[in-house]
Design a protein around this ligand. Structure first.
Ligand code: TYD
Length: 214
């Protein structure tokens, strides 16, 4: 099973991914791999640095930024995500293809349909089974961040477009997405995420080792 988390900066993805992974492991749902984009592995960390912390004085063109994200994704899918899924494991990824549509499409203004096509190419059509959108007012999320990358230096209007983009993507594909209101306590968010995962597993007929009928 392939689960992705999406959302604006500071929505709490890192915390929720860690909680979900430990719960899945504790309940014996199988080998759980947590990972992220951009930046997994040695090539990924170079690409992440180029995209998010470019050398001083260099402005990265939106198309170049997109292609760096896609290069990272192609490498990540081929070398990390697909092998783990093929071995029967669960992959939880912090951001994936939808982030390119939201950030480079709705945020930077590149063509959304084109990005979707390029994502299909980069991932060789690997789609998540479930995408959790941790939805939050970006003004609140940005206030929670301390480390600043080039996205976090962007205006509130940029992040507001990204939030709206995520909500639009989710509304278009409700069978894959679950929208979770992320402004509440971490425990409440965790419970809602867990229920979404259980529902999806039920739909996919994936069972943990624990008998949940009792
Ligand atoms: P990160 O510090 O991991 O932010 P977060 O904790 O919010 O995920 O930085 C990832 C940044 O990269 C984030 O600002 C979103 C951006 N990004 C894109 O612009 N396009 C993409 O395709 C991906 C995967 C990320």
């Amino acid at each position: 099973m392939f689960i992705t988390f999406e959302g604006v900066e500071g929505a709490g993805k890192t915390t929720q991914i860690a909680r979900l992974a430990s719960r899945l492991r504790a309940e014996g749902w199988g080998e759980v791999l947590t990972t992220r984009e951009p930046g997994d592995g040695p090539l990924g960390s170079e690409l992440r640095r180029l995209a998010l912390h470019p050398p001083a004085g260099i402005t990265v063109e939106p198309r170049a930024e997109l292609l760096i994200m896609l290069a990272d994704r192609a490498q990540h899918v081929g070398q990390v995500i697909r092998p783990h899924l093929a071995a029967g494991g669960i992959v939880i990824c912090d951001r994936y293809a939808d982030s390119s549509v939201a950030y480079q499409g709705y945020g930077r203004g590149l063509d959304v349909a084109e990005i979707a096509r390029l994502n299909d190419y980069a991932t060789d059509n690997l789609k998540p089974d479930l995408t959790i959108l941790l939805d939050l007012n970006p003004a609140l999320g940005l206030a929670r961040q301390n480390e600043r990358n080039i996205m976090e230096e962007e205006s509130l209007a940029f992040h507001t477009r990204i939030r709206a983009g995520f909500l639009e993507l989710a509304a278009d594909q409700l069978e894959r997405w679950v929208i979770v209101e992320a402004g509440r306590s971490a425990v409440n968010v965790e419970e809602e995420v867990w229920r979404a995962v259980e529902r999806k597993c039920h739909g996919l007929e994936i069972q943990g080792s624990i008998d949940r009928s009792k």
